[in-house]
Ligand binder design. Structure first.
Ligand SMILES: [Zn+2]
Length: 439
């Protein structure tokens, strides 16, 4: 079935009314999801909530655990930290296909996993939803259980109000986005859920539409020293001392990169990112076990993030060359070179054409729903959306609520932006599948 825009206006009005009438349900669903505590590696309890919800809509969700043997040869594959820690058992993905007309197939949904709560700086209870006026607090309310709940409410409204879909709609809830998404979105695509376009409800601040993600890689640097009793320290080589040279060299590399790499979509939504669209962080350092011993080894774990424009290989080569240059200038390290290994996240950046039909359609509907003008943004975090663009030639955009403190204390979003997200998704689904935007 295809509809023209005159037919669509009343459908959109009915969808908006249906969604506004579901505010309490949306918040209840969000609370249930937050209380499921689905830290990456423990997605099972949240996926049960999603399966129940999809079944209550009369759908028959496909539920499966990813099989790394079937993903291993894929260009986008890497072993995620959570897979190495706990495997994929009890961590299913969930997808449901709703059949529609001959129009384009669209995928909607998001990730059910969240990052852990590791600090005690929260003023609100992290594992439930607290409301203060318009604001909602809790782990995952913004990133991205709010968007996931809004997506399900949007789909419910469509099933009730839209009198059939213009094309197939895939609704999905995936695991381990926070850890690289290999067992999640990549597994969904490899299972055969291949849409013409996708709208993922990441918190990009509706009416902004996310069109790009950053490359993100983790690495481990091992710096050798030579142990000795501290009283004979002159016979040892202190790995901490040698490592500080590497720390400083990488800090200089970071500053040089910041000064030369620019990407306006990254700071359209957050001006503080201007001049900081790439970042290199050494996040952990481990060395030594005793004040009285010269440490024989230091291990750094780090992360580099960068906007579209460079390949993984080029970025790796820069870090490796920086470490090598430090080693060559140091008599000990020249003979005992540090090693750089690439472990965990190894994501390339992506960017969707700003003129792609789904980008124009999502933006137009987000602006119409909110009554504000939005920007095309993105490029400072790694995202699942890259799998669609990099390996399947599918345009995937991020359309989701406003909020803040993602991954931090007192993560928050707003009731209004969740409702606006649900309305925008519902409107954009009907609109995009009318075929008028192309595909
Ligand atoms: Zn997210």
């Amino acid at each position: 079935m295809t509809r023209n825009s005159d037919d669509i206006a009343p459908v959109k009005a009915a969808l908006s009314a249906a969604i506004e009438g579901r505010e309490a349900e949306l918040l209840e669903l969000l609370e249930t999801l937050v209380e499921a505590r689905t830290v990456t590696g423990n997605e099972g309890p949240g996926q049960e909530v999603i399966v129940d919800r999809l079944e209550s809509m009369g759908l028959e969700p496909d539920v499966w655990e990813p099989d790394p043997r079937r993903l291993r040869d894929h260009e986008g594959y890497f072993e995620t930290s959570s897979y190495l820690d706990v495997g994929y058992e009890g961590r299913p993905n969930v997808a449901a296909r709703i059949e529609g007309g001959d129009g384009p197939t669209l995928a909607v949904g998001g990730h059910v996993d969240v990052v852990d709560v590791t600090d005690d700086e929260w003023d609100h209870e992290p594992w439930t939803v607290s409301r203060e006026g318009q604001r909602l607090y809790g782990r995952g309310v913004a990133d991205m259980k709010g968007g996931l709940a809004a997506t399900l409410i949007a789909v419910e409204a469509i099933l009730e109000e839209a009198d059939g879909l213009g094309g197939d709609l895939i609704v999905q809830s995936v695991i381990e986005e926070e850890d690289g998404g290999v067992g999640g979105t990549l597994s969904v695509l490899e299972r055969g859920y291949r849409p013409d376009a996708a709208m993922i409800a990441e918190p990009y601040g509706i009416p902004n539409v996310g069109i790009a993600s950053a490359g993100v890689m983790y690495f481990t640097i091992t710096v050798p020293g030579k142990s000795a009793h501290a009283a004979w320290g002159h016979e040892g080589v202190n790995a901490i001392g040698k490592a500080t040279k590497i720390y400083e060299a990488l800090e200089s590399l970071d500053l040089a990169r910041k000064a030369t790499i620019d990407y306006p979509p990254a700071y359209r939504a957050d001006p503080s990112l201007e001049g900081n669209v790439t970042n290199l962080n050494l996040g952990t350092a481990a060395a030594g076990d005793w004040p009285s011993t010269v440490p024989s080894e230091l291990t750094f774990q780090g992360r580099i993030g960068w906007p579209p424009g460079e390949s993984r290989e080029a970025v790796r080569a820069q870090i490796e060359a920086t470490v090598e240059a430090v080693a060559e200038a140091d008599t000990w390290l020249a003979d005992h070179p540090p090693t750089v290994e690439w472990v965990g996240w190894q994501a390339a950046p992506h960017e969707v054409d700003p003129d792609a039909p789904i980008v124009r359609c999502a933006r137009a509907n987000a602006e119409a729903v909110t009554g504000e003008s939005g920007d095309l943004v993105g490029g400072t975090a790694g995202l699942d959306e890259r799998f669609y663009a990099l390996y399947y030639d599918v345009d995937a955009v991020s359309v989701g609520p406003t909020g803040g403190n993602f991954h931090g204390a007192d993560e928050h979003t707003t009731v209004d932006s969740l409702l606006e997200t649900a309305e925008t998704l519902a409107h954009a689904i009907v609109d995009y599948q009318s075929g008028e935007w192309g595909s």
